[in-house]
Design a protein around this ligand. Structure first.
Ligand SMILES: [Zn+2]
Length: 98
């Protein structure tokens, strides 16, 4: 589930649990890191080519960004710490869970 603001563009990652969280996503790259040549070039959906090491490093950086941005890891934390749904960016009571 996804927490976002109806008044401004503030949003955070989906709530985290044992099945979905940045650590779990990073682990998906474990096999490539151990078994594949990091210098090989991989064709992306955009038809660009990028080195595997750069693709994986960018994925790790995206997860680091999400960790830095995350306010409420779980829905329970959100309900307990922000029962009125006040947006951390614009200060209005316009947070919503989809
Ligand atoms: Zn807002």
């Amino acid at each position: 589930m996804f927490l976002h603001c109806h008044n401004c563009n503030w949003e955070q990652d989906d709530f985290w649990d044992q099945h979905y969280n940045p650590a779990r996503s990073v682990l998906d790259w474990e096999s490539e890191l151990i078994n594949n040549d990091l210098n090989q070039y991989v064709k992306l959906e955009t038809k660009e080519q990028m080195q595997l090491r750069e693709i994986i490093a960018k994925e790790f950086e995206k997860k680091a960004y999400l960790i830095r941005q995350m306010r409420y890891q779980t829905i329970d934390q959100f309900k307990e710490n922000n029962p009125n749904g006040v947006c951390p960016s614009c200060g209005k009571r316009t947070l919503d869970i989809d």
